[in-house]
Design a protein around this ligand. Structure first.
Ligand code: NAD
Ligand code: MG
Length: 391
């Protein structure tokens, strides 16, 4: 029996994780569940899964939850804030930690899980983008396991030789083919993109996800963040990663070897597959995902990405090439831009411009400590917000 902490249990990945866990009560026990503000959903999850701990990150929501729990028959410890998240990421009885908080807020609890030597099921790509070097170091130092949940990285992991940590050249890998659906605006006339609404941007053709990653998919910043994520996970530079538009989202990514072989992982676009894979690895368990009907898929299309349509993808490659704190600046500016877009203060086409200007304005430094990374993150957020307010 493995104990599992789910950071961000009320989100899209959190809910999918609980769905998989509910199919295997003999293998996994839920130890802790966490949310930022959605205490109603957290309480429902608490009643169903009977965890030992709940964390409500937001202090106001945590106070409300405290009152609710006092009046209920739930026997559960309530914690709050980042300290609470770090505590449940480090509990000895939770050997597995699902890192499914969205954005930079996920970094500290993920680091805590790494320092406690956990199996980390990493959905929170922003923590690797922001702090890849430090996070990978902590994983190594504390013998933690890092298993990718992002469907592409999980597919790459499944298509890689076991000893890929030695370096891709040493194990005969030529390149990684990172697939992307192209999101809802792959074929929308460029002249109409400035009128795109948050509702349209969040309506992804193949995947159901949280709002932030849905907008990231529409701008293809999501793929940019994934290029950076792949560099850290698979110890490679960005030039070995080719983004491939594949509108059907059936191939989740591919690995090309020096002998010309290309290995791919296919499946229905449902996050329960990578979640079940990472939970059970190296074994396999049922995930609830339907069999892939290859005949109804019928065809698989591939296109090179269009960097004029998707400037965010180019910006992510550039930030990774610059290195140091540049990816953290990119990530912070993107988080601000997405929020401003969702709240109606920035046009869809303004997202990439805001990130590009922030990258020009904030000078990147070396990413040698968490403090320097948070400084870069804060400076980028202030700069980006200042630009929106001045506009
Ligand atoms: P979501 O918005 O649906 O859920 C986010 C979760 O994080 C919620 O439980 C929320 O309460 C919590 N949260 C938000 N802000 C917080 C804060 N400041 N402090 C503590 N908790 C906070 O997001 P999601 O779609 O489930 O995505 C989660 C992560 O997984 C993201 O990093 C995303 O990029 C990644 N991911 C998601 C998918 C997907 O299909 N949804 C696929 C691949 C990767
Ligand atoms: Mg992905």
């Amino acid at each position: 029996m493995k104990g599992v902490t789910i950071l961000g249990s009320t989100g899209s990945i959190g809910e999918s994780t609980l769905d998989v866990l509910s199919r295997h009560p003999d293998r996994y026990k839920v130890i802790a569940l966490t949310a930022n503000t959605d205490i109603d959903r957290l309480l429902e999850q608490c009643k169903q899964f009977q965890p030992e701990y709940l964390v409500v990150a937001d202090s106001g929501a945590a106070e409300k939850m405290d009152v609710i729990l006092r009046g209920s028959d739930q026997d559960v410890k309530l914690l709050s804030g980042v300290a609470g998240l770090e505590e449940v990421a480090s509990l000895p009885q939770a050997e597995y930690v699902m890192a499914a908080i969205v954005g930079a807020a996920g970094l500290k609890p993920t680091l805590a899980a790494a320092r406690s030597g956990k199996r980390i099921l990493l959905a929170n790509k922003e923590s690797l983008v922001m702090s890849g070097h430090l996070l990978m170091e902590e994983v190594k130092k504390h013998h933690a396991e890092l298993l990718p949940i992002d469907s592409e990285h999980n597919a790459i992991f499944q298509s890689m030789p076991v000893n890929f940590g030695k370096g891709l050249s040493k194990v005969g890998v030529r390149k990684i083919l990172l697939t992307a659906s192209g999101g809802p605006f792959r074929t929308t006339p460029l002249s109409q993109l400035d009128k795109v609404t948050p509702e349209q941007a969040c309506a992804h053709p193949n995947w159901e996800m949280g709002k932030k990653i849905s907008v990231d998919s529409a701008t293809m910043m999501n793929k940019g963040l994934e290029v950076i994520e792949a560099c850290w996970l698979f110890n490679t530079d960005p030039d070995r990663i080719q983004v491939v538009l594949h509108p059907q989202s059936v191939i989740h990514s591919m690995v090309e070897y020096v002998d010309g072989s290309v290995l791919a992982q296919l499946g229905n676009p449902d996050m329960r597959t990578p979640i079940a894979h990472a939970l059970a690895w190296p074994e396999r368990i049922e995930s609830g995902v339907e069999s892939l009907d290859i005949f109804s898929v019928a065809r698989l299309d591939f296109e090179p990405p269009d960097y004029d349509r998707f400037p965010c993808l180019r910006l992510a490659y550039e930030a990774m090439h610059i290195g140091g704190t540049a990816p953290a600046i990119l990530n912070a500016a993107n988080e601000v831009a997405v929020q401003e877009f969702l709240e109606g203060r920035l046009a869809f086409t303004g997202i990439s411009g805001l990130i590009e200007k922030t990258l020009k304005d904030v000078t990147p430094g070396t990413a040698d400590s968490l403090e320097t990374l948070y400084e870069a993150d804060q400076q980028a957020r202030l700069t980006a917000k200042g630009m929106v307010n001045a506009a």
